[in-house]
Design a protein around this ligand. Structure first.
Ligand code: PEP
Length: 250
């Protein structure tokens, strides 16, 4: 079983002062008490350099929230995967539901971004998850399956990709999927990964759960079969909460 990964998605939050303080706090904790899981923080792009400096010498890794599918070029406002690697990132989130809905990103675009990340030596964290309407219509597993098949990169990068299962209706809402629903979704994703990548490679992919993970529900979620960590939004903005989630890893 791979070591669990707890990834913090800061989204569009934080300035150099607050972000640096949060990163320094986490780095200091991780330097004095080795966490029992891998920790990753994904700040907004302007904070990557100062947060990376604050994390230096600690086991907390640095990630980004999105990348472009091209390695360079005329794409005003976008950020290329090699730039993220150069800024010290090890991971990049692609296909977060907020990108899929706010920017209309398709599975094909997410796959191209994931492939670009892998080519730059980054580990892509590929997000999938159904909306509330899709779950109510009984289509949750079909939607997840189609997103996994359509979004997973075909090449390999710094390591196997990470998949994050994030039911859209659970993100930032305080609602979480039941342990049974999480087990069903993660089990389905594991079966798909084995089918697509082969058994050993499929088993090496970490599948994160995301959606209102907090210190008080983390232990139950992280104990579910095939939950290899968590993608944490709101609770990653408080060092105490993010650290407590990391400490909940079995
Ligand atoms: C997320 O942004 O990926 C997320 C899961 O957010 P939250 O933890 O706030 O629901």
């Amino acid at each position: 079983m791979p070591r669990k990964l707890i990834a913090g998605n800061w989204k569009m939050n934080g300035l150099r002062g607050t972000g640096g303080e949060l990163a320094r706090d986490l780095a200091a904790r991780a330097r004095s008490a080795a966490p029992g899981c891998d920790l990753l923080v994904c700040p907004p792009a302007p904070l990557l350099i100062p947060v990376g400096e604050a994390l230096a010498g600690s086991p907390v890794q640095l990630g980004a929230q999105d990348c472009h599918a091209e390695p360079s070029g005329a794409h005003t406002g976008d950020i290329a995967a090699p730039m993220l690697a150069d800024a010290g990132c090890s991971h990049v989130i692609v296909g977060h539901s907020e990108r899929r809905s706010d920017h209309g990103e398709s599975d094909a675009e997410v796959r191209a971004k994931a492939a670009a990340a892998a080519a730059a030596g980054l580990v892509p964290i590929v997000c999938v998850g159904e909306t509330e309407a899709e779950r109510t219509a009984g289509r949750a597993l079909a939607v997840i399956e189609s997103q996994v098949r359509g979004s997973l990169p075909q090449g390999s990068g710094a390591g196997p990709p990470v998949v994050a299962y994030e039911p859209v209706w659970a993100i930032g809402t305080g609602k979480t999927a039941t342990a049974g629903d999480i087990a069903e979704a993660h089990g389905h994703i594991r079966d798909l990964l084995r089918e697509i990548l082969g058994r050993a490679a499929g088993d090496s992919v970490r599948i994160l759960y995301g959606g209102s993970v907090k210190p008080d529900n983390a232990a139950e979620i992280l104990a579910v079969d095939d939950v290899d960590g968590a993608l944490v939004g709101g609770a990653s903005l408080k060092a105490d909460d993010f650290w407590a989630i990391g400490a909940s890893c079995p």
